[in-house]
Design a protein around this ligand. Structure first.
Ligand code: DAH
Length: 341
């Protein structure tokens, strides 16, 4: 009898019912004339007199538990017959912590979407590279200082060939030229690594976007036009560009691109250090040696390439003065970009 009482007590705590009918069925199952609890009361007659007190109490507890369970099931049924939720649906909800996109991702996507309009697709390459793709195929002479331990993180050597972390995403343009059919119009975003001391202006990990356009008859004027359109989309319609002659082993001629400072409108301020101009990228016509190294006939094809640092573009866009903010992931910094789509 004791065992039966325990069983019923355990069973009723899990009882569920969706309709009045189901509740009535449960009531009959336990408390009806032939119900399980009623049957126990019948049995109670045969209990030894000295045990009557103990079992009597237990049976009453059981009966009360079944009755109150049935009452609470009834309360849970709304007039419509639907189950009332145990939570109050009229209460205001808990605030959901929304994440926000990282400013570097926002900037990368914006750069990609601008060039997407000009027909550029996206290509990616490995972060762990070999010497050929980072330097050799890009016309870096063997003694070039960029290959130096001071700049490059070398991992190990594979049969005498250094394996290293790429120092720029120009390595991806080599991989694209090796594989893709011509003409090529591609953007290569990605993480790059340099052995630099971390400061407000430098970090050992940062992000670049490389651009490459190769076709028949591509000229420096095309490069200038692409850069101008990009600068105006990114920094505003009024933006002007200025190209300064420069040197990169993989482009000839090469240039560095400045945009007019849209904070002071070219008058000079502390962001542009009084010059009215801000440097945004390097670019140039792909050196014929680079085309040939990847198996492209430089007598038929020409092209331009450009490369920019995403952190730099994002710093100019939001006037972030310290590069380290991008890597520390302090939510007070990141939350400021919640509303930027
Ligand atoms: N790879 C260069 C760097 O990391 C950036 C660059 C300059 C890329 C000129 C280019 C280019 O494609 O034409 O500093």
């Amino acid at each position: 009898m004791n065992q039966k009482i325990e069983e019923i007590l355990a069973a009723i705590s899990d009882l569920r019912a969706n309709t009045e009918k189901e509740i009535e069925e449960l009531r009959i199952k336990y408390l009806g004339k032939k119900g399980e609890v009623t049957a126990l009361f019948e049995e109670f007659r045969n209990v030894l007199p000295e045990q009557k007190r103990e079992f009597g109490q237990k049976l009453n507890v059981l009966k009360n538990a079944v009755q109150s369970k049935i009452e609470s099931l009834k309360e849970n049924i709304a007039e419509t017959g639907a189950v009332k939720s145990s939570c109050d649906l009229t209460k205001p909800g808990d605030r959901m912590e929304l994440g926000s996109r990282h400013p570097i991702s926002i900037t990368r996507e914006e750069i990609i979407s601008i060039f997407h309009k000009f027909g550029y697709t996206v290509a990616e390459g490995p972060e762990i590279e070999d010497d050929w793709h980072v330097f050799g195929a890009l016309n870096f002479p063997p003694e070039h200082p960029a290959r130096d331990m001071q700049d490059t993180f070398f991992i190990h050597a594979n049969d005498g060939n250094p394996v290293l972390l790429r120092t720029h995403t120009s390595s991806v343009q080599v991989r694209v030229m090796e594989k893709m059919d011509l003409p090529i119009r591609v953007l290569c975003p990605g993480r790059v690594f340099r052995n630099e001391a971390i400061s407000a202006r430098a970090h050992c990990i940062f992000h670049q976007v490389e651009g490459l356009y190769i076709d028949k008859g591509v000229s420096f004027a095309d490069l200038k036009q692409a850069v101008l359109l990009f600068a105006r989309e990114m920094f505003g319609e009024e933006t002007e560009i200025r190209l300064r002659p420069s040197y990169f082993p993989f482009t000839e001629p090469s240039a560095e691109v400045d945009v007019s400072c849209n904070i002071c409108k070219g008058k000079g301020c502390n962001i542009c250090k009084g010059t009215g101009w801000l440097e945004i990228m390097g670019c140039g016509m792909v050196d014929p040696n680079v085309l040939e190294a990847s198996g492209i006939d430089s007598k038929i094809y020409s092209g331009f390439a450009f490369g920019m640092g995403i952190e730099r573009i994002a710093m100019l866009k939001w006037q972030v003065k310290d590069l380290r903010h991008y890597f520390e992931n302090d939510v007070r910094f990141l939350r400021q970009f919640e509303t930027v789509i």
